[in-house]
Structures are given as structure tokens and as C-alpha cells.
Design a binder for this molecule. Structure first.
Ligand SMILES: Cc1cc2nc3c(=O)[nH]c(=O)nc-3n(C[C@H](O)[C@H](O)[C@H](O)COP(=O)(O)OP(=O)(O)OC[C@H]3O[C@@H](n4cnc5c(N)ncnc54)[C@H](O)[C@@H]3O)c2cc1C
Length: 285
């Protein structure tokens, strides 16, 4: 099917885009970034926006830089930009490892990091990264700018704290210390499919015990989140197989699993135990 008709707008500056969103958002105006989620839903007529504000021509949104200990990712930065580490140390390696699990090459050359965060699919890898590392989302509108913490940003399935007239101008990730280890494990049936369950873990080892663990789980609940019970269980413990197993089981017990035609709650809970354990084993290995 072809999309329903819409009016196309191509701002050249952020200010122009914000003015257009102020005018058109009330009449179902939407941001068009990589188009890799929005365009298919329009083609199926699941979305029928009246206006598209295409941000691809705004050079200022292509920023990808470290500032004040944070990696700043502008709304124009595409998934493929992370193919090689964009920053020294574990953060660059982590983003590069995770990016390889997102869709397929052509989608990665168009889809954007911020588009994924705005779209907020429960199985989005970048949303899991944002939730686990504690990203800050910078939302701009003609009314002003606000910074939203990851803990307040994700609200439900494809639902966020963003208002319809707000542009997610950039996402800021903390640059993690050089001694931070990470593990990422995702399960799906075919390469390139959306994850059925995934976990991201960061931690440090000091004097033979785990310090400052972060355990994030995605594709299991309406939005990815950190699992406090697993983090508490890991803190101060020696990095042993039994500890990984226990933290995985705690994560599985602590979630309220999504179900779908292929995956019931029992299966998804078990998957969470496995992906969490494997991500931890990677981080400790
Ligand atoms: C076959 C296929 C497989 C895929 N597999 C995966 C996968 O495994 N993992 C994964 O994470 N994704 C996957 N995707 C989705 C892909 O990563 C998209 O690129 C991403 O979800 C959305 O980014 P986009 O830039 O294309 O956004 P768009 O499609 O342009 O926009 C998506 C939504 O977000 C809004 N939006 C976009 N940018 C902004 C912004 N800066 N501010 C405010 N609102 C904004 C739009 O208005 C729209 O509502 C897949 C897509 C396809 C088609």
C-alpha cells in the first residue's frame, strides 16, 4: 500500500524545525528521521500523519562528540556511525558491539540513534543502552529545552515523555571509566530480527569483587529498564558462575513479561534468566 497523503516540510535549521513542529504537531505533524520505522507504518496505514517535518537536511543535528564527560549524539546520527568505536575505551566498544544487532545494513545506514529512542520499541537496542547507562534526552521545542533522565523518559510500549511538538535534539551518554567491563547478549530467531530478549551489563572488578553493576533488560517488558534486585545481588560478590546464575534468575523473577503470538510469559521469563546470565559471563570473562 502507499501512504495516505501528507504535506512534506524540509527545514534547514533546528529553529525552523521547532517552529514547524509548533505549527503542525497539533494537526498530527511528525518528525521524519531515518524513516525506517515511520515509513513502514505509514505504508501499512497504521500511521497517517498530516505533516512530516524532515530533519535530514539539518547539519547541526549530525553532532557526535564528547563534551563534559558525555557522548553527545545528535538527532541526525545514524546507527552505522557506531560501526567503529566513536570514543576510546569501553563505551565506544560497547556501542559498536550493540549496533551489530540492529536490523540489517541498509536499515542501519538510514535509521538514527535518536529515532530509535523517540520511537521506543520495547526491543530497541539503543533504548536498552540508554536505560542501562542512564542517558539524558535533550528535548527541544519552541517552548524551550528540557533534559529528561532515562528513568523518567520511557513510559510504556512506544510511549515516552516526549511531547508531540518536541524534537529529541540529542541524547547524552555518560562516558564510562576505562576499567568498566560490559556484556551484551541478545536472542532472536533470525539475524536482524527484533530481539525476543536481551540484556546489557556493565560492572567493575575491584579487589576481587563486583563494584557498581548495572543490569539492563530489554524486549521483555513494555520498555527496557535496570533490574535493581540483580544489581544488589551482584554488588560486593566475587565474579563466579553461581553469582551470574543467581542474578539472571533474580531478573527473571522480577520482570512482568510481555507476551505475543510466539512467546508466552514462561518462555520470556526463562529467556531473561539466560540472556542476563550470558551478558554477565561476558562482562566477567
Ligand atoms: C526490517 C526492520 C528491522 C528492524 N530491526 C530493528 C532492530 O533489530 N532493532 C532496533 O532497535 N530497530 C530495528 N528497526 C527499526 C530501526 O532501527 C529504525 O531506524 C528506528 O527504530 C527508528 O529510527 P528512524 O531514524 O528510522 O526513525 P523514523 O522512522 O524516522 O521515526 C520513528 C518515530 O520516531 C519519531 N522521531 C524520530 N526521530 C525523532 C526525533 N529526533 N525527535 C522526535 N521524534 C522523532 C518519528 O516522528 C516517528 O514517530 C528495524 C526496522 C526495520 C524496517
Amino acid at each position: 500500500m502507499k501512504p495516505a497523503s501528507f504535506r512534506y516540510h524540509a527545514p534547514k535549521t533546528i529553529e525552523e524545525a521547532l517552529a514547524m513542529l509548533a505549527e503542525y504537531a497539533p494537526d498530527d505533524g511528525r518528525v521524519l528521521a531515518g524513516g525506517q520505522s515511520l515509513v513502514p507504518t505509514m505504508a501499512f496505514r497504521l500511521a497517517r500523519p498530516h505533516h512530516l517535518v524532515d530533519i535530514n537536511g539539518i547539519a547541526a543535528l549530525r553532532r557526535l562528540a564528547v563534551e563534559d564527560g558525555q557522548l553527545v549524539i545528535g538527532a541526525g546520527v545514524r546507527h552505522q556511525a557506531f560501526y567503529r568505536p566513536v570514543v576510546d575505551g569501553p563505551l565506544g566498544a560497547l556501542l559498536s558491539a550493540v549496533m551489530r544487532h540492529i536490523a540489517h545494513y541498509p536499515i542501519r545506514t538510514r535509521g538514527t540513534f535518536c529515532g530509535s529512542i523517540a520511537h521506543a520499541d520495547p526491543a530497541s537496542e539503543w533504548c536498552l543502552v540508554a536505560a542501562t547507562l542512564g542517558a539524558e534526552m535533550v528535548a527541544r521545542s519552541a517552548r524551550g529545552t528540557r533534559v529528561i533522565d532515562a528513568a523518567d523518559y520511557f513510559r510504556g510500549i512506544m510511549t515516552t515523555a516526549l511531547e508531540p511538538d518536541e524534537l529529541l535534539a540529542e541524547v547524552r551518554l555518560p562516558v564510562i571509566s576505562d576499567d568498566t567491563r560490559f556484556g551484551f547478549y541478545e536472542f532472536n530467531r533470525r539475524a536482524g530480527d527484533f530481539a525476543m530478549g536481551m540484556a546489557l551489563v556493565t560492572l567493575r572488578l575491584q579487589d576481587g569483587v563486583i563494584v557498581g553493576p548495572r543490569v539492563g533488560v530489554g524486549a521483555a517488558e513494555p520498555h527496557p529498564r535496570r533490574i535493581a534486585v540483580s544489581e544488589e545481588l551482584l554488588t560486593g560478590r566475587a565474579p563466579e558462575a553461581a553469582v551470574c546464575q543467581a542474578a539472571g534468575e533474580a531478573a527473571a523473577a522480577g520482570i512482568d513479561p510481555l507476551t505475543d503470538a510466539q512467546t508466552d510469559a514462561v518462555y520470556r521469563r526463562e529467556l531473561v534468566a539466560v540472556v542476563t546470565r550470558r551478558a554477565l559471563e561476558q562482562a566477567m570473562g
